[in-house]
Design a binder for this molecule. Structure first.
Ligand code: SIN
Length: 491
């Protein structure tokens, strides 16, 4: 059983053939998945002179060397093969007039290394092809319109069954010999995110409640440039590739915000840029992306950005784009070994809900679709070779109570404040105390999950990657294993 139909879940389902798979998801097809919304592409060392070790090195630098080095090397080495596999399925990656893959550049990469399809519609193009392949696969039964509600454990503590709930509220128990969670991220827990509505952390919360170990749960990536829509939780992304093509971050007076802050300037690792912009926003100032000097042909790569801006009444060829940092990606998740197994027998995880250590303390741009394809395919192929049937559950586990909307709203506001790009022991401790003091919050699944992120963030008193403590004793970040107060990291 695979829960979640983004890139990772679909790749597991496809690669598990001929073993029968039940694929559980909210909708049938790409809509509502973070994968389909991905504007960045897939990072792969396929360009002239590029090598997997260079891709791996950039991944480690972005991740503040908190990464699992073996996982990083495996990912970087597997990337060109993943592109070939997607091409064989029919993904129409963008190519130059010579037929070679066109390569774009994004933050933290030392060169152009990002493969796109349909310009900034890479996720949508890949999802279309993967969905078509799944529709044509007789071993996959796609159970759409359902969410995972509970996990059934056997007397020996192995996953044996699940309960799913359909949109009419009907609950059905189903046997599951192997359960793969590919349920995505946690952005919906915060007040501003680039994630879709379904990315609310429910899969992660359920796995933790069932006894799966979590890892690196305090590491949350804020994307620097979500479109600053005046109100609303789910903000459209303005892809980093726009900065790769020459757009610049500026303040109200047109001063370049990233100049002198980091050697890579506007293309510094995402956490560095997000902190810089967050400080400006916290000081009551606005932040803009100036893409006006992009030449007309460059805009062909950004149909999604043009459409998003048009919906907001802005023409980015002539006007500045208002941007703000927003929660984008969870580096932490269900702790998995290199094969995708959790500590709970029969429970596996892949994609954003999992944590193999590959992203370290801050994910490198365009490594997440890649992780979904590489790890999803490998996990599916492995599970496809094993047998087994589900059994009856001796014990059912759910994630916890659902809070009232008012409790949910105050929890979101508190989490956004405490787990933002700039963190302090005071706000983290205040959030932990406030949840503990409110039984409705403490018993809710969101409250429980929030504590699993807040407590390690409070305990980690030194800054590392996306976890930046303004009250750190040393008050500076650690990169490449070397403490440095360079790069404008002083709060
Ligand atoms: C982006 O296009 O800026 C996001 C890409 C990513 O999250 O890797």
């Amino acid at each position: 059983m695979v829960v979640g139909a983004g890139v990772a879940g679909l790749c597991v389902a496809l690669a598990a053939a001929p073993r029968p798979v039940i694929l559980v998801s909210r909708s049938r097809g790409p809509s509502g998945t973070a994968s389909a919304m991905a504007q960045g592409g897939i990072a792969a060392a396929v360009g002239p002179g590029d090598e997997a070790v260079c891709h791996a090195a950039d991944t480690l630098v972005a991740g503040a060397c908190h990464n699992d080095v073996g996982a990083v090397l495996d990912l970087a080495l597997s990337a060109p093969g993943a592109i070939d596999w997607l091409v064989s399925l029919g993904v129409p990656f963008d190519r130059g007039s010579n037929g070679m893959l066109s390569l774009g550049r994004e933050g933290g990469h030392d060169r152009a290394r990002i493969v796109h399809a349909g310009g900034d519609a890479t996720g949508r193009e890949i999802m279309k092809v993967l969905c078509t392949a799944v529709f044509a696969s007789s071993h996959v039964h796609w159970l759409a319109g359902n969410t995972l509600e509970a996990i059934g454990l056997s007397a020996g503590g192995r996953v044996a069954a699940v309960r799913v709930r359909d949109s009419a509220g009907r609950v059905e128990p189903l046997q599951a010999a192997d359960l793969v969670l590919a349920t995505g991220g946690i952005g919906g827990l915060f007040t501003c995110t680039t994630n879709p509505e379904g990315s609310d952390g429910a899969g992660l919360a359920l796995a933790l409640a069932a006894g799966a170990k979590g890892r690196d749960l305090e590491f949350i990536q804020w994307h620097p440039t979500a479109f600053a829509v005046p109100s609303g939780r789910h903000l459209p992304l303005i892809t980093e590739a726009l900065r790769g093509a020459g757009a610049e971050l500026v303040d109200d007076e047109g001063n370049r915000l990233m100049r002198g802050t980091h050697p890579l300037g506007d293309l510094a690792p995402r956490d560095v840029v997000a902190r810089c912009l967050w400080r400006h926003r916290q000081a009551g100032r606005r932040v803009w992306l100036d893409a006006r000097k992009l030449l007309e042909p460059a805009w062909h790569q950004f149909p999604g950005v043009l459409a998003t801006c048009a919906e907001q009444g802005i023409d980015p060829r002539r006007e500045l784009i208002p941007v703000t940092p927003a929660v984008h990606f969870h580096m932490g998740g269900i702790a998995v070994d290199p094969q995708g197994n959790s500590n709970l027998p029969g429970l596996h995880a892949v994609g954003e809900v999992a944590c193999s250590g590959v992203h370290g303390a801050n994910r490198l741009a365009s490594n997440s679709l890649l992780e979904g394809v590489v790890c999803g395919h490998a996990l599916g192929a492995r599970l496809g070779k094993s047998g087994g049937r589900g059994g009856s559950a001796a014990r059912w586990v759910d994630a916890g109570a659902v809070p009232t909307p008012a409790v949910g709203r105050s929890l979101s506001a508190m989490l956004t404040d405490a787990l933002g790009p700039l963190r302090s022991g005071r706000t983290l401790a205040a959030a932990v105390d406030a949840i503990g003091a409110d039984p409705a919050m403490a018993c809710s699944w969101q409250g429980r999950l929030a504590l699993r992120m807040l407590v390690p963030a409070l305990a980690r008193t030194r800054s590392l990657g996306a976890h930046f403590r303004v009250d750190s004793a040393a008050n500076h970040n650690i990169r490449q294993g070397i403490e440095t107060d360079a790069y404008g990291e002083i709060a």
